[in-house]
Design a protein around this ligand. Sequence first.
Ligand SMILES: Cc1cc2nc3c(=O)[nH]c(=O)nc-3n(C[C@H](O)[C@H](O)[C@H](O)COP(=O)(O)OP(=O)(O)OC[C@H]3O[C@@H](n4cnc5c(N)ncnc54)[C@H](O)[C@@H]3O)c2cc1C
Length: 403
Amino acid sequence: MQNNNINGVLEKRLCTGCGTCSLICPQGAIKMQDDSEGFKAPIVESEKCNGCGRCKRHCHAIKSTKKYSSKISMCLIAQNKEKKIAKKSASGGAFVGMAIEFLSKYQGIVFGAALCEDMEVKHIYVDNVKELYKLQNSKYVQSNIGRSYEKAKFFLQNNKYVLFSGTPCQIAGLYNFLDESLLEKLYTVDLICHGVPSPGLFKKYIEENENEARRKTKAIKFRVKNPLWTSISSFYMIMIFKGGLPSIRKPSEDVYYNIFSKGLALRECCYTCKYALPDRIGDFTIGDCDSHKFYPHFHPNESNSTIMINSIKAKKIWEESFGKKFDFSELDIRLEEKYNNQLHEPFKRPIERDFIYKEIFQRDWGIISDKYANEQKLSGKIRAYLAILSPSWLVNIWGKRNG
Ligand SMILES: Cc1cc2nc3c(=O)[nH]c(=O)nc-3n(C[C@H](O)[C@H](O)[C@H](O)COP(=O)(O)OP(=O)(O)OC[C@H]3O[C@@H](n4cnc5c(N)ncnc54)[C@H](O)[C@@H]3O)c2cc1C
C-alpha cells in the first residue's frame, strides 16, 4: 500500500518527486527513495526532523512558485533550420536550437534529461555542443532529477549562464529551491507534458525485453522520424541490443507505449497537474505543434515545434540569439490550446490506474503484454526496419526535397 501522507507535510498523491525538500532540509532528515510504484518520493526520518517547516515552505506542490520575470505571452510554430538536428529531435528541434546558442554564445551550462548507460533517465548537464545529443529527444519516463538543482545553483553562484529544461513540475521545484538573488542568469524551458510513468515500470520493461532477447540493451529510442517517406515523428519504440538486431514496435503494439500514451500509469500528481495551463512556469515552453494543420505552408511534411515565449527575459534572448536558429511564424495560442490537451487540462485519470502497478509488479509479464499491447503486424515490422536501416544520403535527399 502507498502511504497517503508524507509525514503530515503533504498528501502523497500531490508530490511530484522534485526532491527540493530533501535538498533544503537543514537536518538532512529527508531522503528520496523508490516507492512501491517505482517513483522517487521523499521519506522523512522522524527522529532527525525538528519540525522547522522549511520543507513545507519550499514545496512547490504546497506553495505556488513565484513568477520572477515579467510575464508576456508569445506563441510560435517553429522548425530548426538545420535539417539534421530536426530529424533527430522529437518535433522541430526547438530544444537543441536554443541550447546550441546558449552553449556557444553565452558559454552557458545546459541541463536536461538523458538516457544514461545504465538505462536510467537522469537529469545531467552539458557544457559543450558535442554532448548535447545526450539531452536530445523525448524520454517518456520520469527523469531522476538527482542533485541537479544543487549543481545549477553552484554554476549560478559562479556567475555562469544556466539553461534548465524539464517537465513543468521540475522547473517549479528548481525555482522553489533557488534564492531569488541567483535568478538573473537562469533561463528555464518547460515541456508541454502529458505526464510521466515511473522509472520502476521502465526498468521492468527493459528487463523483460532483455530476458526475451537474451541480450543487454545498448540504446532505446522513444520516437524516430521515418526518413523513407516523411519527416513526421513516429512513436516507434526501438530497443537496440548489444550484438543483436533491434526490436522495433509501433506504439499500438508496444506494451510500454500503450501504457504511456493511454496515461494508465502516470504519477498520481499528473492527473491533477496544476501546470497543464497556457500560463506557463518556464521562460520558454516547448512541445509538439498540434494545430499545424492550420499552417499548411509551414514545413508541411515535417513535425513542427510549438515554442512559447513567456517572459521579457526570454523574448530578449530569443531576439538576440535563439531565433536565428529557426524558421518560425506566429501561432494562435487558442487553437494550439484546443488541440494540445495538456495546455488546458491534466490527463484524465483512467480506472486502470487503481490497479495497474500491482499488476505490473505482481503478474507475469506475458499477461501484461497480452492485456496492454496488440500483436505486431509483419508489414509494420518491415516498414520500421526499412526506416531504421535507410542510409543517411537518402535521409538527406529526402530532407532537401521536403525542406
Ligand atoms: C514525458 C513527456 C511528455 C510529453 N508530453 C507532451 C504532450 O503531451 N504534448 C506536447 O506537445 N509535447 C509533449 N512532450 C514534449 C515533446 O515530446 C518534445 O519534447 C517537444 O516537442 C520538444 O521537442 P524538440 O524537437 O524541440 O526537442 P527534443 O530534442 O526532442 O527535446 C528534448 C528536451 O526534452 C527534455 N526531456 C526529454 N525527456 C525528458 C524527461 N523524461 N523529463 C524531462 N525532460 C525531458 C530534454 O531535457 C530536452 O530539453 C512531452 C515530453 C516528455 C518528456
